[in-house]
Design a protein around this ligand. Structure first.
Ligand code: HEM
Length: 420
């Protein structure tokens, strides 16, 4: 659905010429021209098109400080799920119940307690132990591409790699790979839509229930009976010793991790690959100097972030740029827009894999900063290091199909040729 967009400046003055709708095909293809116009309009803009009305923060400095501002609450799912979804709202209760308890949507002290439970699994030592398996998964996928072959990068590499890694980390059965990708796709389409359609709502609901059912009836009881070296076992133990306070809270963290670990990483791999193909000289530079790959991932994250914005709700009224923000209003720190702010990033529309200190906000900032940031970068570094070494002749081989999701920006089909 293409909602007409009205942008109203902070002083309440409506624009005569509405800007491109965030849901237009044009925006999904390239939001950055729209972002440049928004930044020029001002740091704080009102739009009716987002979730029935929200404040957009357009600049790096404001996005960063909003993410650290305790007057802005991470608890935002209530109105967001129920107010915007059309059709069967009552049926959304399970979705709402599950996601409101996820770490991402909690404030201190619940947030602090749960973050302490999850954090150890993402520490450098633990990731180092996982690295050989990530190397092996990546090698299998890259070696599966024959010289000269035409293939879809998303299907053969960008989707399976993060699925295998998050499944290994958590202890999720790989035989469920296909279901798992469908659950994540349906949830992403719902969360990513600024006004979800009844169909998107129904699918998200169904997938959430299926995913919850798998954990509740299958994996969690199995790990309770027979503990393994995985994150789900640790979460079950935390539930049993009281660090996780309810079964619903336990389930919410499992669902969130499965979704967050897969959806964003595959979009990093897909967006990153496309951007490098579109900037051939940068790809060739990486092929000549593979030691630049780790730094290049930070630049790819800045240049085309897999998460384009996040949200907060005003918990205590405040004034920003002279504009009062009232309790309950929604604020959207526009991450993708901030990552191209020329006040923070010199020449922001240029991809430069050697950029010094890209300092992007792709993983957020403050107490909710992405817990999986090191893991996802390790996956991307490992994969791209192998690609530049083994398949330097890679090239685009057909029309790219984007996912059209304005928040979880990504690609559905990326046809490529492994030219020799
Ligand atoms: C390129 C990949 C990724 C990107 C761009 C990304 C982005 C983000 C962002 C922007 C936030 C903060 C949201 C906010 O403040 O509202 C966040 C939080 C989070 N991310 Fe990621 N993420 C990625 C990969 C991952 C992975 C691989 C995992 C887990 C395996 C993960 C798990 C989480 C969790 C649990 C949170 C919530 C943290 C909290 O609330 O304390 N993410 N992520």
């Amino acid at each position: 659905m293409n909602a007409p967009e009205t942008l109203v400046l902070a002083d309440g003055h409506a624009r005569d010429k509405p800007l491109a709708s965030p849901l237009s095909p044009d925006f999904a293809d390239n939001p950055y021209a729209t972002y440049a116009r928004w930044r020029a309009e001002g740091p704080l803009l009102w739009s009716d098109a987002f979730f029935g009305g929200a404040w957009l923060l357009t600049r790096h400095a404001d996005v960063e400080s909003a993410l650290r501002d305790v007057r802005l609450s991470a608890q935002r799912t209530g109105g967001w799920v129920m107010d915007v979804a059309e059709g069967d709202r009552a049926g959304l209760t399970p979705f709402q119940r599950l996601f409101t308890r996820a770490l991402l949507f909690l404030d201190a002290p619940e947030h602090t307690r749960l973050r302490q439970v999850l954090m150890p699994a993402f520490r450098p030592q633990r990731l180092q132990a996982l690295q050989p398996e990530i190397e092996q998964f990546a090698a299998e996928l890259v070696q599966g591409i024959a010289p000269g072959e035409d293939f879809d990068f998303m299907e053969r590499i960008a989707r399976p790699l993060p699925v295998r890694v998050i499944a290994r980390l958590m202890g999720v059965d790989l035989s469920l790979e296909t279901d798992f990708m469908r659950w994540a796709d349906d949830i992403a389409a719902f969360i990513g839509a600024v006004r979800p359609s009844p169909e998107q709502t129904r699918l998200a609901q169904r997938s959430t229930l299926e995913m919850a059912d798998y954990f509740e009836r299958d994996l969690l009881p199995r790990r309770r009976r027979d503990p393994q070296d995985d994150l789900v076992t640790e979460l079950v133990q935390a539930r049993d010793d009281g660090r996780i306070s309810s079964d619903a809270e336990l389930l919410a963290q499992c669902a969130m991790l499965l979704f967050a670990g897969y959806e964003t990483t595959r979009n990093l791999l897909g967006n990153g690959m496309l951007v490098l193909m579109q900037h051939r000289a940068q790809w060739e530079l990486l092929c000549r100097q593979p030691e630049l790959v780790p730094g290049s991932i930070r630049e790819l994250l800045r240049f085309d972030s897999p998460v384009q914005w996040t949200g907060r709700r005003v918990a205590r009224s405040l004034t920003l740029h002279g504009q009062p923000l009232r309790r309950g209003e929604l604020v959207l720190p526009m991450i993708g827009c901030a990552n191209h702010d020329p006040d923070r990033h010199a020449d922001p529309e240029t991809l430069d894999v050697q950029r010094d200190n890209p300092g992007a906000l792709s993983f957020g900032s403050g107490p909710h900063v992405c817990i999986g940031a090191a893991l996802t970068q390790l996956e991307a570094q490992t994969l791209f290091a192998q690609l530049v070494l083994r398949l330097p002749g890679l090239q685009l081989a057909g029309a790219v199909e984007r996912n059209g999701n304005p928040v979880y920006r990504g690609i559905l089909r990326l046809p490529m040729r492994a030219a020799t």
